[in-house]
Design a protein around this ligand. Structure first.
Ligand SMILES: NC(=O)C1=CN([C@@H]2O[C@H](COP(=O)(O)OP(=O)(O)OC[C@H]3O[C@@H](n4cnc5c(N)ncnc54)[C@H](O)[C@@H]3O)[C@@H](O)[C@H]2O)C=CC1
Ligand SMILES: O=C(O)[C@H]1O[C@H](OP(=O)(O)OP(=O)(O)OC[C@H]2O[C@@H](n3ccc(=O)[nH]c3=O)[C@H](O)[C@@H]2O)[C@H](O)[C@@H](O)[C@@H]1O
Length: 447
């Protein structure tokens, strides 16, 4: 069997590396139009930073795992084609700011239809609005090749930073297909691939629309939990409660559960906001305005949480940041990734720049040019947390990198302008210990 995955991004690369690892008899080609990205996948410096990924790729690369820009050749040769291209929020036209831009998916469908002459299974791996399979089908029919393809939905649930372990041991794999005989045969082919390492009871099969919608709903529920606890963090600050204590107390209820209750500067990442906006757009499309409004609140609270954090910084620094050095520790949207898409740090840095702050950023994985491109050329980049904090009035922890827990905060305090302020936007530091050193220390949801 030959698999081709179109899109060598955060999903396509790691997902296909895992399939290649678990199925040494299957030839897996990951293709992309972006030459630099493919060159990086073929190098020692992969374009995606994930713990364990470099080793995984090196084990299978050039054996049964190939990264290539020869898109058409590999599509033509494959039996199974995954579409794993971006589906960002539309930035113009009808649905701008909410609907998913499906141009890349349509482009893939056209390319598949153009080059394929025999039967194929085409799988939506990208996160798409419900009924996107219909769009793909209609493109195939436009080329009079509808009969060649079975279209399945197999959304990806990996989280960045833990992609390799999520792929190795997924909570579930979801495969949606048609109830026709050929549809079910295609579903079985994909079940058999995952079943090489995922127990059959963890592989769920549904109809295509349930599968497409479940992906949006899973992200909406996850983001809703973060917004819920972040909303409560504001109540904690006002009332003297501690958000970590509240999260622990409610999380012990097995119906609520302990995960995804960490209050923060707000969720980031390429998907939560985009997928909720997509759900909101779908609800409006179906005339379900109240439902749309309900989900929109999740994003409103996230915006509110970021603003609240920035306002606390400004207020604590005597309402002026003009000429003050502010150290930003962490720029990625979460730890253990180099991904900055929709990172809260982007918005917080931009707001602090508006206030006249001199910002110095340190992140262990994000390249300097990227930080500058997302903020301003005026932002300085430090090569360590200590260097960023040297001479700063305030330090802001915006990503929960483990290394930030281990810093020598006494030495850092000595190097800062007094009074030295520290704002822990991830609640990973011991605020009492920092106060003892002399810092004015602030957390999220802490009185
Ligand atoms: N990033 C994540 O953690 C997750 C993302 N997803 C979903 O997976 C999809 C892909 O996301 P990422 O991998 O993060 O995107 P990405 O932007 O990192 O990668 C997409 C790649 O597709 C390539 N591409 C676009 N059109 C192409 C074409 N016609 N032919 C060949 N290559 C083409 C682009 O050059 C790019 O390298 C999105 O729908 C996203 O919502 C789902 C689960 C997790
Ligand atoms: O569709 C996607 O793209 C993926 O989106 C999320 O994964 P990801 O965005 O990589 O990372 P998460 O761990 O979900 O974190 C998202 C954001 O929420 C924040 N977060 C998460 C958990 C929490 O308790 N508190 C909190 O602030 C994180 O810091 C981060 O900024 C989902 O967890 C994945 O299941 C999904 O496949």
């Amino acid at each position: 069997m030959k698999i081709c995955c179109i899109g060598a991004g955060y999903v396509g690369g790691p997902t296909m590396a895992m399939i290649a690892q678990k199925c040494p008899d299957i030839e897996v080609a990951v293709v992309d139009l972006n030459e630099a990205r493919i060159a990086a996948w073929n190098s020692d410096a992969l374009p995606v930073y994930e713990p364990g990924l470099q080793e995984l790729v090196e084990q299978r690369r050039d054996k049964n795992l190939f990264f290539s820009t020869e898109v058409k050749k590999h599509i033509k040769a494959a039996d199974v084609i995954f579409i794993s291209v971006g589906t960002p929020t539309k930035s113009y036209g009808i649905g701008a700011g909410q609907a998913a831009e499906l141009g890349y998916v349509e482009g893939c469908a056209r390319m598949i239809a153009e080059v394929c002459e025999g039967p194929k299974i085409v799988i939506e791996k990208s996160t798409v609005p419900v009924r996107t399979a219909e769009l793909i089908k209609s493109v195939f029919e436009g080329y009079e090749k509808g009969h060649l393809f079975e279209i399945l939905s197999n959304p990806e649930f990996l989280a960045e930073g833990t992609a390799v372990s999520d792929l190795e041991n997924p909570d579930r794999v979801l495969i949606g297909g048609d109830s026709t005989e050929t549809g079910q045969k295609a579903v079985q082919t994909v079940v058999d691939i995952y079943n090489r390492w995922v127990p059959r009871e963890n592989i769920i099969t549904t109809n295509v629309w349930s599968s497409e919608l479940s992906k949006l709903v899973a992200n909406a529920f996850l983001a809703q939990r973060v917004s819920s606890i972040n909303a409560i963090s504001a109540v904690c600050e006002a009332s003297g409660a501690d958000v970590d204590e509240v999260a622990n107390a409610i999380g012990k209820d097995s119906r609520i559960g302990p995960k995804f209750l960490k209050s923060s500067v707000g969720f980031g990442g390429s998907c939560f906001q985009k997928d909720i906006l997509n759900l909101v757009y779908l609800c409006e499309h179906f005339g379900l305005r109240d439902v749309a409004e309900y989900w929109r609140q999740v994003i409103k609270i996230n915006d509110y949480q970021r603003k609240r954090f920035t306002q606390k910084v400004i207020h604590s620094l005597y309402n002026t940041l003009q000429g003050k050095r502010v150290a930003v520790l962490g720029f990625a949207f979460k730890k253990d990734t180099n991904d900055t898409r929709e990172s809260a740090a982007i918005y917080i840095c931009r707001d602090l720049l508006e206030e006249g702050a001199d910002i110095v950023v340190y992140d262990p994985q994000v390249p300097a040019e990227e930080i500058k491109a997302l903020t301003s050329d005026k932002v300085q980049i430090a090569s360590s947390a200590e260097e960023a904090c040297d001479g700063a009035h305030a330090a802001l922890v915006l990503t929960e990198w483990d290394a930030f827990k281990e810093l020598d905060y006494s030495a850092i305090y000595q190097s800062m302008v007094k009074p030295a302020h520290i704002f822990d936007g991830r609640n990973i530091l011991d605020l009492d210990a920092l106060e003892t050193i002399g810092f004015k220390a602030y957390g999220i949801g802490k009185a």
